[in-house]
Design a protein around this ligand. Sequence first.
Ligand code: KIV
Length: 254
Amino acid sequence: MNSKIAAIIARKGKAPVAELTAYDYPTARLADEAGVDMILVGDSLGMVMLGYPDTTHVTLAHMLHHVEAVARAAKSAVVIADMPIHTYDTPEQALQTAQALMAVGADAVKLEGGVAVEAQIKAITRAGIPVQGHIGLLPQKVKEEGGYRMHGKTDEEAAAIMRDMEAVVRAGAFSLVIECTRHSVAKEITKACPIVTIGIGAGRGTCDGEVAVFHDLVGGYPWFTPSFARPKADIATEITRAVKEYISEVQQSE
Ligand code: KIV
């Protein structure tokens, strides 16, 4: 097993894991050099990099292009490549997609779902490819669900998410994203889960680590910021200031 993945597995219940998205060489290199544990080339790139309304427009070609750039930059962090919608509809297709993403430099792949994709995860892990699962809110299902909402609010839904966690673990994943899930449920799942859980919109300290979308962290996509985001910078304002200063300088030169 990849020693970087083994190091993440060993962190369960010991030291929180910091995961961050990145989609290009400079961002990935800065994140890697800053010491982030895992870099997710998320299909959120469809929204924050490509201007689509949601992640359902992302293709495997998009992902291969961005994963290759990120892999060139990351020396220490685990690079995880998201598998786009309809690239893992069957176990055979899932394995082919995972192999294509690994061939351009990913250390692991991520796909959305639990019980529904257990066979797909199994097909990938049996081939020796590390998988990060993703349960709770599944952004690729936004159209079926009619929007984004907190999951696990009823006992039935909480039990279904717990069953999803169990399926992902059975299938051999090494870590698991829990997205927009009631905080008490995320905490309960983390307690019951033998692998590292990574929360997003699932409350602070409820999981074994957290993942953030880079643009939410640095204020790089000012047109939409999720309510759970905790921005640490405002680069959109800084970019606008620099561009205006440049325009003004050019306009004043004879
Ligand atoms: O695509 C992405 O950035 C993700 C995270 C929100 C976990 O899947």
